[in-house]
Design a protein around this ligand. Structure first.
Ligand code: GRE
Ligand code: ZN
Length: 326
């Protein structure tokens, strides 16, 4: 399919590149990935042309701003990264769009930066790498906490999606991964950390207060579609203080959008599609941690009607971000 739009596509600046190196390790092609994280207009664009991706919404790598302990530094880093991204996108506005990196260490500053990025720089929303650390390494602050309610009010007011991207548990909180480093990141831990965060947002009643919020989650929903029925089923029997007004699945289907980033498998895809509906699944790659050829070859061939493939590959993104594409 030509004209695809992809939305979990990462870049890095010199100051954030090291975070990805720690995650990827040296044995797995770091030199190629690092080159591709820094590049925007060369290798990336060549691949986009080759694999039918017309438009990529770019976001800073992980964990970047969310792992900065000093709040003032986090605010500065987000600004620097967002300004760099705005400049890169301005060179090819028909091919590249942007998600803002946000200094979630300070909910007020994050709201101000998001507003600046959306209203002054034309960004399409934010991509945040999971919980934020603050002040000490052994910290993990989740965004269902009351201090973030004014931030969410701003997200809803600006009417832009918020992409909740994975990060690993901080080293001080990895007892359950002990002696199993392979579990910590993309193979499993990313989905654990991100799905818990997403379910915390729902369970906190966030979407009762702000029913128009739109949250994007990658990797075909970070295991959530597989368990949506069971969550509802068990919470009906044992609510255990669940404070939201509706069943979990109601918010997940209404307020959430799942992308195909890094999860190019028919069975998983069709399950997610069936649970979420055709309007709430969108194509993505997760470049350069994933290869565009894998994402595109799979997506172009998976069994779908032309109409649904067009929606998931392109139309849903046009609608969700109000893109000025035909
Ligand atoms: C990511 O999406 O951020 C990512 C990493 C490291 C490995 C895989 C991956 O940061 O998808
Ligand atoms: Zn990613």
């Amino acid at each position: 399919m030509q004209g695809k739009i992809a939305l979990e596509e990462h870049f890095a600046i010199e100051g954030t590149l090291g975070g990805s190196e720690k995650l990827v390790g040296t044995a797995t092609g770091w030199s190629d990935i690092s080159r591709r994280l820094i590049d925007i207009h060369d290798l990336r664009l060549t691949d986009m042309d080759k694999y039918g991706i017309e438009y990529s919404i770019l976001s800073l790598n992980a964990p970047a701003v969310q792992a900065v302990l000093d709040t003032k530094e986090a605010i500065e880093l987000a600004r620097i990264a967002n300004d760099a991204l705005a400049e890169a996108c301005a060179k090819r506005p028909g091919r590249f769009g942007a998600f803002a990196a946000l200094p979630m260490q300070d909910a007020g500053a994050a709201a101000v930066e998001l507003e600046r990025c959306v209203t002054e720089l034309g960004f399409h929303g934010a991509l945040v790498n999971g919980f934020t650390q603050r002040d000490i390494s052994d910290s993990a602050i989740f965004f269902d906490l009351p201090e973030y309610r004014p931030f969410w009010a701003k997200v809803q007011e600006l009417n832009v999606p918020f992409y909740l991207h994975p990060r690993t548990a901080v080293p001080e909180r990895r007892q359950h991964y002990e002696n199993h480093p392979w579990l910590v990141s993309a193979a499993w831990g990313f989905a654990v950390e991100t799905s818990i965060h997403a379910l915390r947002l729902v369970g906190s009643g966030l979407f009762d207060e702000f029913p128009k919020l739109k949250i994007i989650v990658g990797h075909l929903g970070e295991h959530i579609p597989y368990n949506m029925w069971r969550i509802d089923h068990r919470l009906k029997k044992l609510p255990l203080g669940y404070p939201a007004k509706k069943p979990m699945s109601a918010y997940l289907k209404e307020n959430f959008y799942f992308t195909t980033s890094g999860n190019f498998h028919d069975t998983t895809f069709h399950l997610a599609l069936e649970e979420m509906g055709v309007d709430h699944i969108l194509f993505s790659v997760d470049y350069p941690f994933e290869d565009m050829v894998d994402a595109a070859d799979w997506f172009d061939k998976t069994e779908l009607s032309d109409e649904v493939r067009q929606k998931i590959g392109r139309g849903n993104a046009i609608d969700l971000f109000g893109l000025n594409f035909s």
